[in-house]
Write a protein that binds this ligand. Structure first.
Ligand code: PEP
Length: 253
């Protein structure tokens, strides 16, 4: 059985005060009935603050990005070792906002993925096509290229420690969600690519969906056979909405 995850991506939002309020709301609302994983990826400057409040809680702490370098003269960069030192257990790599707004290539994302692994962080590899690519009929080609850059530099044992998030760029922050069928089709494609590497990998690696997931569409999306939870942007900034989405995962055991 694959582990399900619901991860919040706070992006560049928050303040010391609002973070406290949001985390307190999440901790107060968790009822201990759900065995799926839950985590929040905060801006790096708040990792220590949020990490301290999460000690002893089931909520995992995540970074939104890590540097491709391990240390040195890279002004403004934050290394995987640093975020691990702040208490992170996971890190997003290759979010579409990094790929499009910061020109990150799949090869660079693969180097970040390796940095995360080397520092015992669970890498969450984000992949997804733009609207133009979908309309041009190259969705699978784009996803395959984004996956292969990482698959080519890791063995199956390493990939087994990761999570993949399929996030169609046209659905992120736009209020447009991929239909459950559209999402399932791509998740199935990702699962097949994993199986080409190893069948065990296909059975083990969670593939999350991201893109305007809200409490009212989460259950339907998460009920699809190859969708193992979600990466949540906007709705993760509100404790009630984020918990409602988390509670839409299947309760196991
Ligand atoms: C995201 O940023 O990863 C995301 C899925 O955002 P939203 O839920 O706001 O579409």
């Amino acid at each position: 059985m694959r582990k399900q995850w619901v991860l919040g991506n706070w992006k560049m939002n928050g303040s010391s005060q609002s973070n406290r309020h949001l985390i307190d709301g999440l901790l107060a609302g968790l009822d201990g009935q759900n065995s799926s994983g839950i985590g929040v990826c905060t801006p790096s400057v708040y990792l220590s603050q949020v990490g301290e409040r999460l000690i002893g809680s089931p909520i995992a702490l995540g970074a939104q990005d890590v540097s491709e370098h391990s240390e040195g003269a890279y002004t403004g960069e934050v290394s995987a070792a640093m975020v691990a030192d702040c208490g992170c257990g996971l890190a997003l790599v290759g979010h579409s906002e990094r790929r499009t707004l910061h020109g990150e290539t799949s090869e660079l994302v693969a180097r970040k993925f390796r940095q995360a692994l080397s520092n015992r962080l669970m890498p969450v590899l984000c992949v997804g096509e733009t609207l133009e690519q979908r309309e041009d009929g190259v969705t699978y080609k784009v996803i395959a290229e984004q996956l292969d850059a990482v698959f080519d530099c890791c063995d199956a044992n390493e990939l087994a420690l990761s999570v993949i998030a399929y996030e169609p760029v046209w659905a992120i922050g736009t209020g447009k969600t991929a239909s459950t069928e559209q999402a399932q089709e791509v998740h199935e494609f990702i699962r097949k690519r994993l199986a080409e590497k190893s069948q065990l990998l296909a059975e083990k690696v969670p593939v999350l969906y991201g893109g305007s997931v809200k409490p009212d569409n989460a259950k339907e999306l998460f009920s699809m056979p190859d969708i193992d939870g979600g990466l949540i942007g906007g709705a993760s900034l509100d404790a009630e909405s984020f918990l409602a989405i988390y509670n839409s995962t299947e309760v196991i055991g």
